[in-house]
Write a protein that binds this ligand. Structure first.
Ligand code: COA
Length: 260
């Protein structure tokens, strides 16, 4: 499938999706959100794809936010729909994918950009990255899950300060907050993420998908994460991957998971 605003490349089990509007610092307009939805959906349903990495093109930005030019004249109703549709198509969608998604944050990750990185399963940043939720400086609030996921990741007090000040933190501060897991140079960012992806790929994709679901269950309203874990744990015993993983261990060989 060909896209106008993104690139999607597959190599050795890894699909790398690159948001490709460098002249607009990869700002998320409606078309880009739609294409990202399609690309994530296609990668997640492709059995060859074991890990998805998302990054931004150019040297400056991962994503500098939702495209401000598209919503500047919106009404209350349009604003609500923008957030609801975006969350459904991209942010919740990514968080709940069965395939692990790594955000390779290669510069500004602001507003919707940081919200997209936070919807991914974890984040790695290059040392030039700058992150923040500047929405209140525009008279709005984060609408793509930022008020929920930032406190989950960094704690309520830090999230409140970042949101209220509309400020930016650098990669080191993001690392100390636990917002990103690692910092690399700009050149090393994608190779480093590919290295983590290779480690993930050695493991059972079925078990990984179940683990993602169980972790996410703990953050869902009205869902008991411990119960979800017990059910998913039990279900693991019925998979071919479990038979292969335990047999390989007992036979002192490397597991070759069928992914079933
Ligand atoms: N929406 C739409 N366009 C955006 C954008 C956004 N969120 N962020 C950047 N752009 C565009 C700029 O308008 C500019 O386009 P132009 O060259 O056609 O005028 C281009 O990207 C480059 O941005 P510029 O502001 O010139 O780069 P800079 O290096 O001076 O500043 C930022 C970088 C990130 C500090 C600045 O672009 C910015 O503050 N962006 C908005 C961040 C934001 O508030 N995001 C939350 C949105 S809810």
């Amino acid at each position: 499938m060909s896209y106008n605003n993104i690139l999607s490349q597959h190599e050795n089990g890894i699909t790398t999706i690159t948001i490709n509007r460098p002249n607009k610092l990869n700002a998320l307009n409606k078309a880009t959100i739609g294409e990202l939805h399609e690309a994530f959906k296609a990668a997640d349903s492709d059995k060859r794809v074991k890990v998805i990495i998302i990054t931004g093109s150019g040297e400056k930005a991962f994503v500098a936010g939702a495209d401000i030019s598209e919503f500047a004249d919106f009404s209350i109703e349009n604003g609500g729909k923008l957030a609801a549709k975006g969350q459904e198509l991209l942010f919740d969608f990514v968080e709940n994918l069965s395939t692990p998604v790594i955000a390779a944050v290669n510069g500004f990750a602001l507003g919707g950009g940081l919200e997209l990185a936070m919807a991914c399963h974890f984040r790695v940043a290059s040392n030039n990255a700058k992150m923040g939720l500047p929405e209140v400086s525009l008279g709005v609030i984060p609408g793509y899950g930022g008020t929920q996921r930032l406190p989950q990741l960094v704690g309520k007090g830090r999230a409140m300060e970042l949101i209220m000040t509309a400020g930016m933190i650098d990669a080191n501060q993001a690392l100390s907050y636990g917002l990103v897991n690692h910092i690399t140079t700009t050149e090393e960012l994608l190779p480093f993420c590919n290295g983590i992806a290779s480690k993930i790929m050695r493991n059972s994709s079925v078990a990984i998908a179940a683990a993602i679901k169980a972790v996410n269950a703990g953050f869902k309203d009205g869902v008991d994460g411990y119960k979800a874990e017990i059910t998913a744990f039990g279900d693991s015993f019925g998979t071919e991957d479990f038979k292969e993983g335990t047999s390989a261990f007992l036979e002192k060989r490397k597991a070759d998971f069928p992914g079933k």
